[in-house]
Write a protein that binds this ligand. Structure first.
Ligand SMILES: [Zn+2]
Length: 242
């Protein structure tokens, strides 16, 4: 965490949010162990870097809609600043990171992804939906090229409407920039769709899993959000956008 904070300051960031993963399918003990360990480190980091960097205590809950009681409990508590809600896997399947995108029923699995995004959008235990179109990140360029995500636009549009209506947001995630310049998730088209749905809350995230990735691609994410018509980017303190 010390290295991450140092990199964030060097990258010119005013603030950073730590959002370690709590996958609901791993159960309450595993999730609370992650949360407790993270909080301890965040408090230590604030004591060292607090003057130079605003450090937000967050969580990324995987599949909150699979266990809403656990997710509410995780997201509760005055120490939590920010909660990302994500779909990494759909019921009965592995994480999209491990899926075989050449399997014959891949369109059914992808359809389930968008249906579960809609289900997630109706949960009240997160602030921002993480990395929409996540399967794209795990596909090869060839597989991505032959995958037409527009056929799943129905449930996606409904999910974005539901988020906007509920006062929740989406993130522009620049994690894929490590693979190429077009790596912001979701695309400009989806960001615009959220804006047209009445969405107001957007955040940027480099989704860094190592210190050197911190802040990578944030200027590109900001540019894309501006192009989609957003004038403000939020940072969360105590579960409120600032
Ligand atoms: Zn994630």
């Amino acid at each position: 965490m010390e290295a991450i904070c140092e990199c964030a300051i060097r990258a010119g960031l005013a603030a950073v949010a730590f959002t370690d993963h709590c996958e609901t399918y791993l159960g309450a003990d595993a999730c609370f162990a992650v949360k407790d360990a993270l909080l301890k480190e965040v408090l230590e980091a604030r004591a060292v870097f607090g003057d130079a960097l605003d450090i937000s205590m967050g969580l990324e809950i995987g599949e909150p809609h699979h266990d809403t009681a656990l997710s509410r409990e995780l997201a509760g508590g005055s120490e939590i600043d920010f909660v990302i809600g994500s779909v990494h896997k759909v019921r009965g399947e592995d994480d999209f990171y491990f899926i075989d995108y050449d399997r014959p029923d891949i369109s059914d699995v992808l359809r389930k992804y968008y249906e579960e995004l809609l289900e997630l959008s109706e949960c009240d235990c997160f602030d921002v939906m993480g990395h929409i179109n996540y399967p794209l990140r795990a596909m090869s360029a060839k597989q991505a090229e032959r995958t037409d995500l527009s056929v799943y636009g129905g449930p996606l549009r409904e999910a974005l409407l539901s988020l906007a209506k509920g006062g929740r947001g989406i993130e522009a995630n620049s994690h894929c920039l490590k693979e190429g310049p077009d790596g912001i998730l979701p695309s400009l088209e989806v960001l615009k769709m959220f804006k047209d749905s009445g969405g107001k809350i957007v955040t940027t995230g480099s989704d860094a899993h190592t210190a050197p990735q911190v802040g990578k691609g944030i200027p590109e994410a900001e540019r894309l959000l501006r192009e989609a018509g957003f004038e403000k980017i939020s940072f969360f303190k105590k579960r409120r956008p600032v």
